[in-house]
Design a protein around this ligand. Structure first.
Ligand code: DCP
Ligand code: MG
Length: 451
């Protein structure tokens, strides 16, 4: 895994060769999703419980909003313990009938007034929000490594330069907030492990940039436990060895560390020094490619809906072409208020690379929703075949059409993170399969700048 390619001295080295890596981690993600569909929860203590049911005491905290964390509620805590620290408001009650404004933190705490909103995990909804975030990340970077439902690494070396990397990262953050409605913390650094630490450094809504040559200085004062890969047990052992900070670890004798931890000790030593030569590798070939876009206000205007779908169709087709992907299924997603997700798709007899056909099919499928109020639309191509290594796909027209799947997910194999559960599934409800169309291979010109 981590392989070092020679130590780097701070301030020395050709900075032009430095990668620009972003680590994006959503803030109190499940709670943020709950606030998306229940805006009254904004600014309030919110606890999302795994295995929790309304009014019950069982389950464990999946996440807590930062307001709830002020009261000592944290991930993995039993709901019972969380309730001792932060009693529950009546379920479904989103008004504070006590008349007391929630205080920003425990200092203003008045026992009688403090109460939090407890909600059960709704993973399907969180995945759909995650899909929206990922679409933006893929738009902003050529290489995206998704490591969990709320976390990804981006290599944006080709998209920006160190002088303007902060502005680039701010743009990514702003897009997520504006287009999806949740906040992310972003770390920018020349390597993955420093970027991850940086994203965590100023949460929530943080943006921390670690310039090339400054990684070791940035890491030095941090507690060893903040180094990726150092859990509480290793941290305790290190402390017993007199190693408290990343700086101490960076100055330690690597042989001592290897004696104590094996080869892993050497890896931790290098991480503490800011040496991490891992490249951001994409999570895997996607199973589908999609773009979605929300209207500022839900609309019934068919022209507005069609125009948006046409733009998205062009963007999706362009993305497929960029990735050398041909597609056999074209679909739309229509979200009607409050959050009802409808998907429709059509499968073609064989794989195509045909932007005009994507638009045509997407608009056909959209027609069913002409009279509906719509808050968001999306276009997706799936049943992908990648052409760069083999050209057989053009001959594949006799392949059986349509698999009956309505839930083609963007793939995400996630080796890095145990809490990873993300598949970024679209919420399919109904599929129109098997409508055979004549496929055409045409040159289509599409342009929608990502950035
Ligand atoms: N999660 C979980 N159980 C855990 C940890 C996390 O179910 N023990 C879920 C809920 C989180 C999501 O994964 O919302 C993302 O995990 P993070 O560790 O990134 O935590 P948050 O996003 O909630 O908070 P932060 O702002 O610290 O990133
Ligand atoms: Mg998070």
């Amino acid at each position: 895994m981590s392989d070092r390619g020679g130590s780097r001295l701070p301030g020395v080295g050709d900075e032009r060769e430095e990668r620009i890596v972003l680590h994006v981690d959503m803030d109190c993600f499940y709670a943020a999703c709950e606030r998306l569909r229940e805006p009254d929860l904004r600014g309030e203590p919110v606890v999302v419980g795994m295995g929790y049911e309304e009014g019950e005491n069982h389950g464990a905290v999946a996440t807590a909003s930062y307001e709830a964390r002020e009261y000592g509620v944290e991930s993995a805590q039993a709901i019972g313990s969380a309730l001792e620290r932060l009693p529950r408001k009546a379920e479904g009650d989103s008004t504070d009938s006590s008349g007391a404004d929630s205080e920003d933190g425990a200092d203003g705490e008045d026992e009688a007034d403090v109460a939090g909103y407890y909600r059960p995990v709704d993973i399907e909804f969180y995945k759909s929000v995650s899909t929206d975030v990922r679409a933006i990340l893929h738009d902003c970077a050529d290489t995206v490594r998704e490591v969990s439902i709320d976390e990804a690494y981006l290599d944006v070396t080709e998209r920006t330069a160190w002088e303007v990397a902060e502005g680039f990262a701010r743009h990514v953050k702003n897009r997520i907030e504006r287009e999806v409605g949740v906040t992310a913390s972003v770390g920018v650094a020349p390597n993955m492990s420093a970027a991850k630490i940086a994203s965590d450094h100023d949460k929530p809504d943080g943006l921390v940039v670690v310039e090339p040559g400054t990684t070791r200085d940035f890491l030095a004062p941090l507690d060893v436990a903040e180094i990726h890969g150092i859990g509480p047990v290793t941290a305790r052992t290190l402390r017993e060895m007199g190693i408290e900070t990343a700086g101490d670890l960076a100055d330690a004798d690597p042989r001592t560390l290897v004696d104590r931890f094996g080869e892993r000790g050497r890896e931790l030593y290098h991480r503490a020094r800011g040496d991490d030569e891992r490249r951001v590798t994409p999570t895997g070939r996607p199973k589908s490619l999609s773009r979605e876009s929300a209207f500022t206000d839900p609309t019934t205007d068919p022209e507005e809906k069609c125009a948006r779908v046409s733009t998205l169709a062009a963007a999706v087709a362009e993305r497929a072409r960029d990735r050398d992907a041909m597609y056999r299924t074209i679909g739309v997603k229509v979200v009607t208020p409050p959050f009802d997700v409808h998907t429709r798709e059509q499968s073609l007899p064989g794989p195509v690379d045909d932007p005009e056909l994507v638009e045509e099919v997407a608009l056909d499928l959209l027609a069913e929703f002409d009279d509906d109020r719509v808050r968001k639309v999306g276009v997706r191509v799936s049943n992908l075949q990648f052409t760069e290594s083999d050209q057989t796909s053009l001959d594949g027209f006799d392949a059986p059409s349509g698999t009956g799947e309505s839930r083609t997910a963007d793939s995400s194999d996630s080796a890095d993170d145990p809490k990873s559960s993300a598949e970024a599934a679209d919420d399919g409800e109904k599929t129109d399969e098997g409508v055979h169309r004549t496929s055409r291979k045409r040159d289509g010109q599409v342009s929608l700048s990502d950035f």
